[in-house]
Design a protein around this ligand. Structure first.
Ligand SMILES: [Zn+2]
Length: 650
């Protein structure tokens, strides 16, 4: 059944797909479980003395029940990919597994524990206990194991009960699938979080230039042709670098989206702005770049395809116009099921970029041009899963003849390595790299449309928030470490007053963007720690400046089952607070588990050979969590679900 050379996705681990549907599955399951207990309905089927009354055939309930069940199975089937099977066989396998595992278990228990109403309680407890043990084996974190298994069981029952609805005396049973399906739709058509009130337009238009800041999410500098990569992954960024100035050694302040964008929008380190793992939202009392520009006569707009750059995390504060874009393929897969979605729309698996760019360009064309604007765009295309890219980009760098299934499986294995720390088969390293490069080229193609639409009079700043590991240091993904591929970002600036074709070798940081924009808008920025990039370009800059990147504590590796494949020491390091300091070509990283490593980035760019240094050579301390606010922020359910789907939180 499996061919040796083909990628094989770990069947059990692919239950992670359930993470996408946990929030409402759990709610439905628990309500269903405790309020009604369908077990008692099914018991009547097994009891020959019960008189089964015929009810009107509940067509809608049955249809929605079947639809819901097929969608759930499709989601599972898509994640349980078995090479050599046509999709319908996978669907069948998933269906059989579901029914066999949970449905028959319940029937057996009903036979073993018949009669009396209370019997459903020990039966329920037994099912949940067995299922819970099963979920623990495949490392689904508590308490979701309990909730989701109850929900999964309930769902199977709903599916079966709907099919058998005509025989059951309780018509309400058939309404529940309708409720599940309605909730599924409702959950994803409602905005993730209520937006804060937008700042009003200032009466007087500002005299300064317009700004367009584009973040190419998850693009590592060394995989862009702009920074010398052998493949032409970023032709649009290459052209922009010729038109403007490229910063050879630009650093982020973190290795994941939320803290990096926090620094971009406030000019501060994560410990100062609060948008990090121990706080999860921007502090309310810090003005953002958009706030300051809005009250000084700019029109501000944000178009974001990252669920982290949303009202829910406070990162869109200060923008008068905010549009959030779910990756369209993800939404489709959530609503129709993974396998069905892939069959119906195999070519188009865009992560929100096409719609986002069209809307952003529309906004530029329609706006009142008498006033300058500050537009922020986050393009999510390069983020894992890499294979989920428009077909042209997906195939841009893969060998001809690679099947869609092969790309799906390798991409999924890469995503599992990111989510759960699973080992990634080394023989697919090249193909995963090919897919990553394709995803980066997708982001670049959308960037080119934005650059064309913005024109020459706008100050353009294009950068990334962090990179992604593809096997370096035995890791995939981002958000847990501060290695160079993670925090070294592309950064290019062009427009009025910016030299053409210049390359700046001095290290710069993402915190420098805010003072630069404020400086060009003629607004004060002297309280910020960053440096106006125009001063850096002019060579007028403090010598031996120290740049910092920070990482806060996270329970994610343990909660997502990393201990299966990583040592205790590795996990302790991944979970620990840590700080990196960069001075010129030296870098030191310390972590609260005692790690203290210094690297010479010229002699050892891969950071494999730490060198002994005297303590204090590079000034460094561990990040401090924002006082009294460590656990103060509660994410709204939409933002939480989106972050969990991408593996950022357990
Ligand atoms: Zn990001």
């Amino acid at each position: 059944m499996y061919r040796d050379t083909e990628p094989v996705v770990d069947v059990a681990r692919n239950f992670y797909g359930l993470t996408l549907i946990w929030p409402y599955l759990s709610a439905t399951g628990v309500v269903f479980w405790f309020k009604n207990g369908i077990c008692s309905n099914l018991r009547t089927l097994n009891d020959p003395t019960t008189r089964v009354t015929k009810k009107r055939f509940p067509t809608l309930g049955v249809l929605l029940g079947v639809l819901t069940f097929v969608v759930e199975c499709s989601t599972i089937a898509g994640l349980v990919q078995i090479d050599g099977f046509p999709p319908w066989r996978e669907l069948l396998v998933a269906l059989i597994v579901f029914v066999a595992l949970f449905g028959s278990l319940d029937f057996l228990l009903q036979i073993a524990l018949p009669g009396m109403g209370l019997a459903s309680i020990p039966r329920a407890a037994l099912i949940v206990g067995i299922a819970y043990g099963f979920m623990r084996v495949i490392h689904v974190p508590f308490p979701f194991a309990f909730l989701s298994i109850a929900a999964v069981w309930a769902l199977v029952q709903i599916g079966c009960a709907s099919l058998w609805g005509r025989f059951l005396p309780f018509r309400w049973v058939t309404l529940l699938p309708a409720a599940v399906f309605a909730f599924r739709v409702f959950f994803f058509i409602t905005p993730a979080s209520p937006a804060p009130p937008a700042p009003p337009l200032h009466a007087e238009p500002a005299p300064g230039p317009s700004f367009l800041v584009v973040v190419l999410d998850t693009v590592r500098a060394d995989h862009t042709s702009t920074y010398g990569y052998a493949r032409a992954t970023t032709p649009a960024l290459d052209l922009l670098a010729v038109r403007g100035t490229r910063f050879e050694r630009a650093y982020s302040t973190a290795s994941w989206t939320m803290p990096a964008h926090g620094s971009l929008f406030t000019g501060l380190l994560p410990e100062q702005h609060g948008a990090h793992r121990e706080h999860m939202a921007l502090r309310h009392d810090i003005p953002t770049l958009a706030d300051l520009l809005a009250v000084n006569g700019y029109e501000t707009a944000a178009f974001s395809a990252s669920p982290q750059v949303s009202a829910g995390t406070g990162l869109t504060r200060g923008f008068q116009h905010v549009e959030e874009f779910w990756p369209t393929f993800l939404l489709r897969e959530i609503l129709t099921g993974y396998r069905i979605s892939l069959r119906l729309w195999p070519r188009d698996r865009d992560k929100g970029g096409a719609k986002l760019v069209a809307r952003a360009i529309g906004w530029l064309e329609e706006r009142d041009s008498s006033r300058p604007y500050f537009m922020f765009v986050n393009l999510f295309e390069a983020h894992a899963p890499y294979q989920a890219a428009p077909v042209q980009s997906r195939r841009a760098f893969v060998p001809t003849g690679s099947s869609l299934r092969r790309l799906e499986n390798v991409g999924t294995l890469g995503f599992l390595a990111q989510m759960h720390g699973d080992p990634f088969p080394r023989r697919f390293d090249q193909l995963l790299t090919d897919l990553l490069d394709g995803a980066i080229s997708a982001a670049d193609s959308y960037l080119s449309q934005l650059i064309d639409a913005a024109g020459d009079d706008v100050v353009l700043i294009v950068l990334s928030d962090h990179g992604d590991l593809i096997g370096e240091h035995n890791l995939h993904g981002h958000g847990l470490e501060l290695w160079e591929p993670l925090i070294r970002i592309p950064m290019v600036m062009a427009g009025p007053g910016i030299p053409s074709g210049a390359v700046v070798e001095k290290p710069v940081s993402i915190v420098d963007v805010m003072p630069t924009v404020l400086g060009m808008a003629d607004l004060p920025a002297n309280t910020l720690p960053g440096t106006d990039l125009r001063d850096v370009i002019a060579g007028d800059r403090a010598k031996d400046r120290v740049l910092y990147a920070q990482q806060f504590r996270t329970p994610a590796p343990i909660a997502l089952g990393w201990e299966r494949h990583h040592s205790r020491a590795t996990i302790a390091r991944l979970q620990a607070r840590k700080t990196a300091a960069i001075v010129e070509t030296w870098k030191r990283v310390i972590a609260e588990n005692g790690t203290d490593l210094t690297f010479d980035l010229v002699a050892d760019p891969a950071e494999l050979h730490p060198i002994p240094t005297a303590d204090g050579e590079l000034p460094l301390q561990l990040p401090r969590p924002a006082a009294g606010r460590q656990s103060g922020h509660v994410l709204d359910p939409g933002t939480r679900a989106a972050l969990r789907a991408l593996g950022y939180i357990p």
